[in-house]
Design a protein around this ligand. Structure first.
Ligand SMILES: *[C@@H]1O[C@H](CO)[C@@H](O)[C@H](O)[C@H]1NC(C)=O
Ligand SMILES: *[C@@H]1O[C@H](CO)[C@@H](O)[C@H](O)[C@H]1NC(C)=O
Ligand SMILES: *[C@@H]1O[C@H](CO)[C@@H](O)[C@H](O)[C@H]1NC(C)=O
Ligand SMILES: *[C@@H]1O[C@H](CO)[C@@H](O)[C@H](O)[C@H]1NC(C)=O
Length: 735
């Protein structure tokens, strides 16, 4: 992608030259330098080489991001004497658009790291973030602050995103609001939102972007992940017409996924490899759902390389996932072509769809969903605009419904996602091509290298090894980018959030500030002092909310917790699943092998133990009576049903938990996922000494772990709380 001359009427002349094929002269590096940054060249000083300016984080190249070496040896966008090329500080859109409140400090412009505070006039209450920071990607942290008061409207005041204006002040059912962006900014997301019958606004809040505004890979993976997950789970469930969300279709549906990657001239071989790896990651992620999609995969410049043909999936010979991955891996870009033909991609997809329709018949085709995923910068210089082809595709999927209402009912069958990647993105050409209900479909990213990470984060598969955050002498597990789950006893009475430090074990020892910690309301260490239990650890769980999210990477990822949709997906439970089903799968045997982690120095090791359930439980928990501080004669007083019991030497030698292991996840590996079933709370003996590490249990030593299935209400109240918009929620099962 990248270099292509964009054939607007202005560039038409240049294109003619371009195809003339005359070699003229190389470009020169004269006056190319950038103040505060540097540049790279894709093909030295030859024609067609793209010069890309680079600035440090928090800065962007100005007045241009790239220059192209043209045929005549001149740079497109020649440097100008009076506006020297330099690195400018990143600016964020104007936040002084908030109604019924005040922004401080008032400034003309807001730059990276500038902090703003928001306050509502009296009588108004605030939703969203009261404090926001201008981030290096040109966006404000947190969410749009909105001041409103109870007005009896059907929908809540949707607010005004920074840099935008909104038309429409009536929030009744079927009323619409329209957005536009102020000078220098452009709108990403829906231009219009409608107040739906369920009291929600349609679509997602749009945002105003500068040309230097990018989505971070975490933002992209969360947004794209939740959309694609919706497409995937749609096909898993039969009858769920949840208000506001996509209407579910029958299981008979088929999912066709069409992927296209722009590999026009300026793209380097290494980037093509990265794009391939990213697609492989995506396909693997998707395969952890029970849906079995059909794939069409193409790479394109002026030609189109069809790597995987979707029609093969409709022949008798079924295409295996591994075959797709092998084909992808083997694909080599041959002769590079000048030119980029984006329309050819859509035309090819349209042709494939027409053939599928012929093969399966009109009725069956109705049940096909189509998901397009495109990676491009949008600079096409041949083939013309893809818009008419996209209109034909919509026509085919929407079944030529002319009545708007009917067309709408078919909208869920077509999603077009565009990942706009590059230093110079043609947003005006690309944005009109995206389509689909629900979440965001248009993403802006700087580098193709971010893709792999993005898809890695999607759908929350994980390797647990390094998911641990640490607080004081405890460990915890990351359950979403903002929350660490740990034991309540890790905090002492009177601790303030600023007393608690969370170190993210990502190899860089990053420390995160704590915004809040929330122990289980029923946790009461001295609750049974009178009953012969000096320290009572029932409900020993707490959630730590972080000030800022943890950057998800291959080292740090959230773990699955019970009673969430994600865990059902991991367990490959089909249809509407329940908490009980999950528990029966994960803790079904009288002896259930579980693991937990221990940390010594910087090394993290996995310990093994066996939860004694059913008939084994009584024998296991009776040793609680040998713990110091316990004088009761009934072990059930100290060890309630909320605990799992491990330890001892028969039939297996378990590892024991050491002091520093408290709060850590007790987990099970299931296929490719890790699911936390409990967390380390307390034990009867300290066999570890100060060193910790891997230590084996003796005959009577026992450890007790809080069974997460018994504290789901607490987890759900916080992690599933959708009455806030500081963090995205986990999807908990209804029962
Ligand atoms: C905002 O950021 C700019 C650029 O970094 C800086 O010069 C200015 O002092 C900041 N303003 C405030 C109020 O922090
Ligand atoms: C689908 O859900 C509706 C409303 O919950 C219910 O009335 C209907 O019987 C369900 N249909 C099936 C096939 O389960
Ligand atoms: C699914 O397909 C079968 C046969 O193709 C058909 O009998 C059945 O009615 C379909 N179910 C739904 C919910 O459309
Ligand atoms: C949709 O309309 C096009 C022309 O606009 C026509 O060729 C096509 O047959 C129609 N398709 C259906 C399914 O009615």
């Amino acid at each position: 992608m990248g270099f292509a001359v964009h054939c607007s009427w202005l560039a038409a002349l240049l294109c003619l030259h371009f195809f003339g094929g005359q070699v003229c002269c190389d470009c020169t590096e004269e006056n190319m330098e950038i103040e505060g940054g540097h540049y790279t060249l894709t093909k030295q000083l030859q024609k067609g080489s793209l010069l890309i300016y680079q600035c440090p984080e928090g800065y962007y190249p100005y007045p241009v991001m790239t220059r192209l070496c043209q045929h005549n040896g001149n740079w497109r966008m020649a440097p100008r004497r009076f506006t020297p090329q330099r690195c400018r500080v990143v600016e964020c859109p104007d936040p002084n658009v908030m109604e019924y409140g005040e922004v401080s400090p008032p400034q003309d412009k807001y730059f990276v790291n500038n902090v703003t505070m928001y306050e509502c006039y009296s009588g108004y209450t605030m939703r969203g973030s009261a404090r926001r920071v201008c981030l290096p990607n040109g966006k404000w942290s947190g969410s749009t602050p909105i001041c409103s008061r109870e007005s009896g409207h059907d929908c809540a005041d949707p607010g005004i995103p920074a840099g935008a204006s909104r038309a429409g002040n009536i929030f009744g059912i079927d009323e619409t609001v329209k957005y536009s962006c102020n000078s220098n900014l452009f709108l990403v997301g829906p231009i219009e939102r409608v107040c739906l019958e369920n009291g929600q606004w349609s679509g997602k809040e749009p945002a105003c972007y500068y040309k230097h505004t990018y989505d971070t890979s975490l933002e992209v993976s969360q947004a794209f992940g939740s959309s694609i997950r919706e497409s995937l789970t749609t096909l898993e469930s039969l009858n769920d017409t949840q208000a506001g969300k996509t209407i579910r279709i029958s299981k008979n549906g088929t999912l066709n996924i069409y992927i296209a990657v722009d590999i026009s001239e300026s793209i380097e071989e290494a980037d093509v490899k990265k794009a391939k790896d990213a697609i492989i990651t995506l396909i693997k992620k998707i395969s952890s759902f029970t849906v079995d999609p059909n794939y069409e995969i193409v790479f394109f410049s002026s030609d189109l390389y069809e790597v995987v043909n979707i029609l093969d999936f409709f022949d008798e010979k079924k295409v295996e996932r591994n075959t797709i991955i092998n084909i992808l891996n083997d694909f080599q870009v041959g002769q590079k072509n000048t030119g980029t033909d984006l329309n050819l991609v859509f035309k090819t997809f349209l042709e494939r769809m027409a053939i599928i329709k012929l093969q399966v018949g009109k009725e069956q085709f109705k049940e096909h969903r189509h998901v397009f995923i495109l990676f491009t910068d949008g600079a096409y210089n041949m083939g013309g605009s893809p818009e008419p082809t996209v209109a034909q595709i919509k026509n085919m999927v929407y079944m030529n419904h002319t009545v708007e209402q009917e067309a709408q009912s078919r909208e869920e069958y077509l999603d077009i996602y565009i990942f706009a990647i590059g230093n110079e993105i043609f947003d005006d050409d690309l944005q009109p091509l995206v389509t689909g209900l629900g979440g965001k479909h248009y993403f802006r990213m700087k580098e193709i290298t971010e893709l792999q990470e993005t898809f890695d984060q999607i759908i929350g598969k994980l390797s647990l090894k390094k998911t641990e955050g640490r607080s004081k002498n405890c460990i915890g597990s990351l359950v979403n980018p903002y929350f660490v789950l740990t034991a309540a006893h890790c905090f002492t009475f009177g601790n303030l959030p600023e007393d608690v430090k969370v170190e993210i074990d990502d190899g860089q020892g990053r420390v995160k500030k704590v915004k809040n910690f929330i122990p289980h309301p029923k946790y009461k260490i001295n609750g049974k002092e009178n009953e012969g239990v000096l320290e009572f650890y029932d409900y020993d769980v707490a959630l730590i909310q972080l000030e800022e999210y943890v950057q998800i990477s291959s080292f740090v990822r959230p773990i699955c917790i019970p009673c969430t949709q994600e865990t059902s997906d991991a367990l490959q439970l089909v249809g509407v699943s329940t908490c009980k089903q999950q528990e029966e799968l994960l803790l079904k045997n009288d002896l259930e092998r579980v693991s937990f982690l221990t940390k010594r120095g910087t090394a993290v090791d996995e310990k093994d133990a066996h939860a004694k359930l059913g008939g084994n439980r009584v024998d296991c928990i009776k040793h609680a009576l040998e713990a110091p501080g316990i004088t009761t004669t009934d072990p059930n007083v100290a060890v309630t049903d909320n605990f799992l019991c491990t330890g001892g030497r028969t039939p297996f030698r378990d590892h024991v938990a050491c002091k520093g292991d408290s709060g850590g996840a007790v987990f099970k590996n299931y296929e490719h996922r890790t699911i936390q079933v409990a967390l380390v709370s307390w034990g009867t003996k300290d066999l570890c000494g100060s060193g910790g590490g891997i230590v084996e249990s003796d005959q009577t030593s026992r450890d007790f772990h809080i069974n997460l299935f018994r504290v789901v209400d607490f987890l759900k109240e916080i992690l599933g709380n959708d009455k806030q918009d500081e963090y995205s929620t986990l999807e908990f099962l209804k029962d």
